[in-house]
Design a protein around this ligand. Structure first.
Ligand code: ADP
Length: 542
């Protein structure tokens, strides 16, 4: 017997319509290229998204066709999130930090029909245009007076394109399973692979994000999205914020510590989301400039995800910013959210130290995501907080395969996605990542967690950033090498650092050597590029 409830598809257009009804006057603040802050409302975004949908229809865009963007976080990009997906096309956000060849590959692979770009990428567009085989026109996200002097076939102006279009649009009643957006993983090996999200997966994911054990997002929040809209749709925040009427702050291209601090202060940001490296930069700015975040800001929560948040960073935000750190874990293949680290009632009386220990974990799953750890043969391991194994996940906002069948099987025989992460799960359900499979250090048949070592090293007052890689060893197969960037004007010797680590990690984990470098190599999404580091230290002999 079927239930007798109304059947409405879960569509991105319905999120916008809800925002237009419930909180049309809530603001979206965007920092523009000239440094000024532009303010508009969900009502404005809605109206312009409909104008865009009309314009795309006039251009002949068909359901399912891909529309590319090369853009920072800003209101026009937000309009595209709703206008493009709402009318049935697929929003393809491209990471502009990738190499030009990778962008070319991605846009051609996705067969993007139109490519919308921020002015800061005008030169890149000019360089790429002749090689983008499917793009019919390039649209500058700008007014007519700002059009860049580039030579590109079919260059259009966004404001001209939407300016004369009607402010109403009848959103199509799509099947909720049709594609809404497309993101490519940065692909540390091989070509980038596309993850194709549906309307349904996007809405379910965003609803879970809003829950109290997720980001606890509500109309009380002003959320700063430092995480780029091209990085897994800014972790779903443009949808989640519209669902609950949170105010949004979109920082544009300036993501340095001073710019972010200024924006947080001016716009009274309560919740900020980004990768740990961004928060490290902000922390250093606060320290160097002698700022008083507790007096200047009203930051309540900071979400750190995309890479492990070092304990020392968590501590700084808890103590110097008086903000609660929510570590979050996920993947592009997971829309991206899988776990968030929130405390349980039993932690209410925990000391600061105990709380920070907890927050250094990746957290507990949201309803919708299932996780398990397995051994090399695929047998499930106990949730005792000790056994570590290959992490596998399942759920309605997790990819079943890559776009156009690239990259082989994502799932095991039972339909679980193989994450490539190694983790423990404790009896309370807290998951902790110890490593990527390809980064673990195999020493004498045992595994050493590079993340734990990095975490410990970052606790040293002179260390700005740390990465640990395995280097060949004649007896132990591999031994850890600690690669360190020191804080400006600070000094530390190898022996000091190893002495510091001695009381913090198992003796046999202690790195055999320390290398001091000016900077660590990072991926386009803020992860240390271990492969590059291993290459750099390929000939290193212990
Ligand atoms: P990319 O950003 O390189 O395209 P993803 O964002 O999909 O790729 O990266 C997912 C991976 O990032 C995870 O499998 C995990 O290894 C790592 N990761 C994400 N969040 C965390 C976290 N909080 N702690 C540790 N590792 C994390």
């Amino acid at each position: 017997m079927l239930g007798l409830m109304q059947d409405h598809p879960l569509l991105i257009s319905s999120v916008l319509e809800h925002a237009l009804c419930s909180h049309p006057q809530v603001e979206i603040a965007s920092r523009l290229q000239d440094g000024t802050v532009h303010h508009c409302t969900y009502a404005d975004i809605g109206q312009r998204a409909k104008q865009l949908a009309n314009a795309l229809t006039n251009l002949g865009v068909q359901p399912g066709e891909r529309i590319g963007t090369l853009a920072w976080n800003g209101y026009r990009h937000m309009e595209m999130f709703y206008g493009v997906s709402g009318m049935g096309a697929v929003l393809h956000t491209i990471n502009p930090r990738l190499f030009a060849e990778q962008i070319e590959f991605i846009a051609n692979h996705a067969e993007d029909q139109y490519l919308f770009f921020d002015l800061s990428f005008a030169a890149l567009i000019e360089q790429l245009a002749p090689r983008l085989t499917t793009v019919k026109a390039f649209v500058a996200l700008a007014e007519r007076s700002q059009m860049p002097p580039i030579v590109v076939p079919n260059l259009l102006c966004y404001e001209d394109l939407i300016g004369d279009e009607p402010e109403t649009f009848a959103w199509p009643c799509l099947d909720e399973r049709v594609a809404a957006s497309l993101c490519y993983t940065s692909g540390t090996t091989g070509n980038p692979k596309g993850v194709l999200y549906s309307h349904r997966s996007t809405l379910l994911h965003s609803m879970a994000t809003c829950t109290p054990d997720g980001f606890n997002l509500s109309s009380a929040d002003t959320a700063l999205l430092v995480v780029p809209m091209f990085h897994v749709n800014a972790w779903g925040m443009p949808y989640a914020a519209a669902m609950c009427g949170a105010r949004l702050v979109l920082p544009g291209a300036d993501l340095d510590g001073a710019s972010l601090y200024d924006l947080m202060q001016r716009e009274r940001v309560t919740l900020a989301l980004g990768v740990p490296t961004v928060w490290m930069t902000l922390q250093q700015h606060v320290q160097n400039a002698g700022l008083m975040p507790t007096a200047d800001l009203c930051l309540n929560r900071v979400v750190m995800g995309g890479a492990a948040a070092p304990r020392s960073l968590v501590e700084t935000f808890e103590t110097r910013f008086d903000a609660r750190v929510l570590q979050a874990w996920g993947m592009t293949e997971m829309s991206p959210l899988g776990t968030v680290c929130n405390a349980l009632p039993k932690h209410r009386d925990a000391s600061l130290d105990e709380r920070i220990d907890l927050q250094a974990k990746q957290g507990r799953v949201l309803f919708g995501v299932r996780i398990k750890i397995v051994d090399a043969d695929g047998a499930e391991l106990p949730r005792d907080g000790k056994a570590s194994g290959h992490l596998r996940v399942k759920g309605p906002w997790i990819a079943s395969q890559y776009y156009r069948g690239e990259g082989g099987d994502l799932l095991d025989e039972q339909g679980w996605l193989m994450t490539g992460d190694i983790a423990t799960i404790d009896p309370d359900g807290y998951m902790q990542i110890t490593d990527r499979v390809k980064d673990v250090i195999k020493s004498g048949g045992e595994w050493i967690s590079s993340i734990d070592l990095e975490n410990a090293a970052c606790g040293h007052p002179a260390v700005a950033e740390a990465a640990v890689i395995g280097v060949p060893h004649p007896k132990w197969q591999e031994r850890p090498l600690l690669v360190v960037v020191l804080k400006q004007g600070m000094l530390a010797t190898r022996d000091e650092l190893l002495g510091f680590l001695q009381s913090r990690v198992a003796k046999w984990w202690l790195p055999d050597a320390v290398a001091f470098v000016e900077a660590l190599p990072y991926t386009a999404t803020g992860k240390v590029q271990k492969m590059k580091l291993r290459e750099q230290f390929r000939d290193y002999r212990l």
